[in-house]
Design a protein around this ligand. Structure first.
Ligand code: TXA
Ligand code: MG
Length: 349
């Protein structure tokens, strides 16, 4: 009876994967292997955070430069103190407010933690995901390590490409080479907010569902926003100018600038138009325009964004034109991802 629920495992029977699948995946991690698993943000490509070989395997599967740090994922009962050189009080307040959830904290790395996970930097990124399958996997792996296991996991995509929000997306990236736990579609849809607390001031390295305002409400101080001008900032691949890109050329422009481009398209050319329906639905039935009515709400937009970009890569269009969204705080994370996706093509124009 391998799937029989053990009361000590909590509500495991409600999970979309069996207890046996969790145990198998945890054993793979314990043996130095890789497992892709769902989180509430995007799917992660996990390996034992304390094994430089496993971390090297993650880099090589992704095709990612080895000097980029990865995030260490902890179970809800995991102890951040094992990984860091003291948890400062502002970090603890944020942990109490937002963990488990889509917030990664960069803190000073404990000396006993191998620098491979940090790309050689003296900090470490910690996050406790809220997805029940991620939590079950992290708990099972941690139990194999006497309660202190952590799973290093970047997004489960090839370097620079769109992050995966379903198990199918992970298979599109890696074929059958990577073992995937299928936990359904990720609810947040874009990567966690990253806040650096390892320097003299809180600095937002990557915007996400937890907003600068959410952070300010807890800390009583707004985080410094990323502006690319701080040469001492740690390297973070999600902070590279060009990232999160589909393969089809993509541009983000104000709606007023898109309409002339649509009108000028070549005979026989098919372009995708992604815009909120309230502004753009007059293009819905136009020949040669593949119109996608984007959600009006920033959370729903974020949830659908990466799946949409992947679908448009298969839609046989020559270009993806996306309506620029309002420059307001609730759109900061979506604007960040769209800006980086577009930046991948700007040099070629
Ligand atoms: O939502 C997420 O954070 C997802 C899921 C799987 O948890 N993970 C994710 O990982 O987005 P990744 O590797 O694709 O992006 C992590 C970002 C990178 O930009 C990395 O450079 C940065 O976090 N990062 C990790 N540790 C860091 C550190 N010690 N200092 C600075 N940046 C760090
Ligand atoms: Mg990534």
């Amino acid at each position: 009876m391998p799937d029989q629920q053990n009361p000590a495992e909590g509500n495991a029977s409600a999970l979309p994967v069996s207890a046996a699948q969790i145990e198998h995946a945890a054993a793979l991690l314990d043996a130095g292997g890789l497992v892709a698993f769902p989180t509430e943000t995007v799917y992660g490509l996990g390996g034992d955070a304390e094994s430089p070989d496993a971390v090297a395997r993650i880099y090589s599967a992704k095709g990612r430069p080895a000097n980029h740090p990865v995030i260490v994922h902890l179970a809800p009962n995991g102890d951040p103190n094992y990984w860091v050189d003291g948890v400062p009080s502002e970090a603890q307040r944020l942990i109490d407010a937002f963990w488990p959830g889509p917030l990664t904290l960069i803190l000073k790395r404990a000396e006993c933690i191998n620098p491979a996970v940090s790309g050689g930097q003296d900090s470490v990124g910690l996050r406790c995901p809220s997805h029940p399958v991620a939590q079950a996997l992290l708990e099972a792996f941690s139990a194999l390590r006497g309660g202190h296991g952590g799973v290093a996991a970047p997004s489960a995509n090839r370097f620079g490409h769109v992050s995966p929000t379903t198990a199918q997306h992970v298979r599109e990236e890696f074929g059958n080479a990577i073992h995937v736990l299928d936990g359904g579609a990720s609810d947040v849809g874009i990567e966690s907010t990253i806040l650096d607390l390892s320097r003299r001031f809180p600095a937002l390295l990557r915007p996400g569902r937890i907003t600068p305002q959410d952070i300010a409400d807890v800390l009583g101080e707004a985080p410094r926003l990323p502006d690319g001008s701080d040469a001492t900032a740690p390297r973070a691949s999600g902070t590279l100018k060009a990232h999160y890109a589909p393969r089809t050329p993509l541009a983000v422009l104000p709606f007023s600038a898109l309409e002339p481009l649509l009108a000028e398209r070549q005979a026989g050319e098919r372009v995708a138009l992604v815009a909120r329906a309230s502004r753009a639905d007059r293009w819905a039935d136009t020949e040669g325009v593949h119109f996608i009515a984007a959600p009006e709400d920033p959370h729903a937009y974020a949830r659908e964004l990466y799946g949409l970009l992947r679908a448009l890569d298969r839609a046989n269009v020559s270009r993806i034109l996306i309506e620029k969204l309002p420059d307001t705080i609730e759109w900061i994370a979506v604007n960040d991802r769209l800006g980086r996706a577009a930046a991948a093509f700007e040099a070629q124009e």
